[in-house]
Design a protein around this ligand. Structure first.
Ligand code: PLP
Length: 366
């Protein structure tokens, strides 16, 4: 049986155009820092990709700093921006929450939305604020323009982890008001191990790794040319796909309506929040996320609990805990994240399998 993939927030299947771009770039193996013909061909690939990624982000090409992924971009933003005080929302990805010592967390409400008044009260001089565009576990969308305004009023820098928003929401770096923004290629049909930090001119970024001078001294080390070329190809297609997000939202709504109608006790976490069109976090009280995921995998459906980074050690989600949810939901919620390859039939078959499992598990527990 071919498994049905419903875990696109963990990673996405690579687009054929990205695979093709990676493969072509592998053949152009010059070092992009070399001045000869070999080097210049590789440099052209990097600069073409920079334009494609900049277009996805709604930023100037000069603002794009290629990194080894979202994790590095988040670390670079937080540790490299030169601000001693770091405030991040309590529902950030671990690559933000754990990027430095002495990080302070801004509380969120029951839907995982950041508390702007709390942020206002916490702001001091010399601060960087990091709040994600959309949450990887629940899909909840943060009021990032308001966060940026509050941060800037107090002279703080604002970083936005837009990894999960890219390709699903229109991005506009300037309009968002961010000083720095993170992207990751493998969440938009590109290769793993490559991402970008978008950095405004006025941010004096200090690199984490020293020596080499690449990326205008902001990220040292020879560029991952094949990865960057694949990222560029994926970014161009992802930017165009934002217009088709309504189709995903309709699938997501069908999923949630049938789950709520057919599975007693099921609930949608952050259901009242504005959310990504592709993400549902479904709680089934009393049945651990791990049990649910394993049963669904056996039935042919790939879903996850929280972030992929913590799977293999499934425990109560830190994000859901920060939203004030008790363990009967925080340890019993799965994430279903849809992608462009999913159909109505996938949704209907998934709900049927989930309903059968819930019935069996309920019967066992009784
Ligand atoms: N930020 C968010 C919101 C994510 O979901 C992820 C990946 O799960 C990352 C950052 C890390 O990106 P990468 O896998 O490219 O290191």
């Amino acid at each position: 049986m071919i498994a049905c993939y419903l875990d696109h927030n963990a990673t996405t299947p690579p687009r054929p155009e990205a695979v093709e771009a990676v493969s072509r770039a592998l053949a152009q193996w010059g070092n992009p820092s070399s001045v000869h013909t070999f080097g210049r061909s590789a440099r052209r690939l990097v600069e073409d990709a920079r334009r494609q990624v900049a277009a996805l982000a709604g930023a100037d090409s000069a603002a794009v700093v290629f990194t080894s992924g979202g994790t590095e971009a988040n670390n670079l933003a937080i540790r490299g921006c030169g601000r001693a005080r770091i405030l991040v929302s309590a529902v950030e990805h671990p690559s933000v929450l754990e990027a430095a010592d002495d990080i302070e967390t801004i509380p969120v409400d029951a839907d995982g939305i950041v508390d702007l008044d709390a942020l206002r009260a916490m702001l001091r001089e010399g601060t960087v604020v990091s709040v994600m565009l959309a949450n990887n576990e629940t899909g909840a969308i943060q009021p990032v323009m308001e966060v940026a305004a509050v941060a800037h009023e107090a002279g703080a820098l604002f970083h936005c982890d837009a990894v999960q928003g890219a390709g699903k929401l229109a991005l506009d770096f300037q309009a968002l008001g961010a000083d720095m923004m993170t992207l990751s290629a493998h969440k938009i049909g590109g290769p793993k191990g490559v991402g970008a930090l978008i950095v405004a001119d006025h941010v004096q970024l200090v690199p984490i790794m020293r020596g080499g001078g690449q990326e205008r001294g902001r990220r040292n080390g020879t560029e991952n040319v094949p990865g960057i070329a694949g990222f560029g190809a994926a970014a161009e297609l992802a930017a165009a796909e934002v217009a088709t997000a309504d189709r995903l939202a309709a699938l997501r709504d069908r999923l949630e309506a049938t789950v709520l109608a057919e599975i007693p006790g099921a609930r949608i976490v952050a259901g009242q929040a504005e959310r990504l069109p592709n993400t549902s976090c479904i709680g089934l009280p009393g049945i651990s996320a791990e049990t649910q995921i394993m049963a669904l995998d056996l039935a042919g459906f790939a879903v996850s609990a929280g972030s992929a980074c913590s799977s293999g050690k499934v425990k109560a989600s830190r994000v859901l805990r920060a939203m004030g949810l008790e363990d009967d939901i925080a340890a019993c919620a799965i994430r279903v994240s849809l992608g462009k390859g999913n159909s109505e039939a996938d949704i209907d078959e998934f709900v049927a399998a989930y309903r059968d499992f819930a019935k069996r598990a309920g019967a066992t527990a009784a």
